[in-house]
Write a new protein. Structure first.
Length: 261
């Protein structure tokens, strides 16, 4: 059966558009008690008002979104769209309100972990490394165009996931599973490793000997491993890196003396 977006008058359509726009302000009300609950309630308000004509039902609906809530901000439009879809089902007596409470937190936390892996842990790092490498390589316009491309792609992603979530509700999560975003995040991290290698080539002092390159790569790999395992503090690793850079001329002189022998 073909899935279609729920029909609604123009005034209601604008209410849902306002809910989407308010997703951009979801982090403005962040607090240590409810996390993003104020932002979520703020984004849901126009849509809830359009769905629930009965004031009592509207108050009950608002209460469903003032509790603790936390997810990745890039997924906020998708979640708001899904929740609005479910609220329309509740208003039409197709879904019990208790169903939303059972799946809301699970869905939000799952997408939060996915967002941390794909966006924060992969794509944002890819954009940052690519921009730094292009600037160090002497490009000026290209880094701006790359950043603009990523920004536009993010806005399209937010708009698409909001519409798909509003149209299909929780069924959209099955389509997200088919995207295989976890494995895509892993592939992007391979690209990040290649960009990091390019960055080292750009910033390494010239001229450099093979043993300097090999020693630097081995040390950085070991430090990264122990930092990831929690055995070394990131602050200590950064301080050690700065100290080595400061002492590099002396280390280089000792190394050349050793290999000359």
């Amino acid at each position: 059966m073909k899935r279609s977006m729920p029909s609604m008058p123009d005034s209601r359509s604008m209410a849902f558009v306002r809910s989407f726009v308010r997703c951009y302000l979801a982090g403005a009300g962040f607090n240590t008690r409810g996390m993003q609950n104020i932002g979520l309630a703020f984004a849901m308000q126009p849509g809830l008002s359009a769905i629930h004509a009965d004031p009592r039902e509207l108050r009950r609906a608002r209460r469903r979104y003032v509790r603790h809530f936390q997810s990745h901000p890039f997924w906020m439009p998708c979640l708001v769209g899904i929740f609005l879809n479910v609220e329309m089902g509740i208003a039409q007596k197709r879904f019990p309100p208790a169903m939303l409470q059972k799946v809301k937190d699970t869905t939000a936390y799952t997408l939060s972990a996915l967002g941390d892996s794909v966006f924060a842990g992969s794509l944002l790092i890819f954009w940052a490394l690519a921009t730094i490498c292009l600037l160090l390589a002497g490009f000026t316009v290209l880094p701006f165009l790359v950043g603009l491309m990523f920004w536009l792609a993010l806005q399209l992603f937010r708009a698409y996931t909001f519409r798909a979530g509003f149209r299909d509700g929780f069924r959209f999560l099955e389509r997200l599973r088919q995207w295989d975003l976890i494995n895509w995040g892993r592939r992007i991290k391979y690209g990040n490793a290649a960009l990091l290698l390019w960055l080292w080539l750009l910033v390494w002092p010239r001229p450099f000997a093979w043993w300097e390159w090999l020693a630097g790569v081995v040390v950085l790999i070991l430090i990264g491993r122990y930092v990831r395992m929690g055995q070394i503090s990131r602050i200590f690793a950064a301080a050690a890196f700065v100290a080595v850079i400061d002492a590099f001329p002396r280390i280089e002189a000792w190394g050349r003396m050793f290999f000359d022998l």
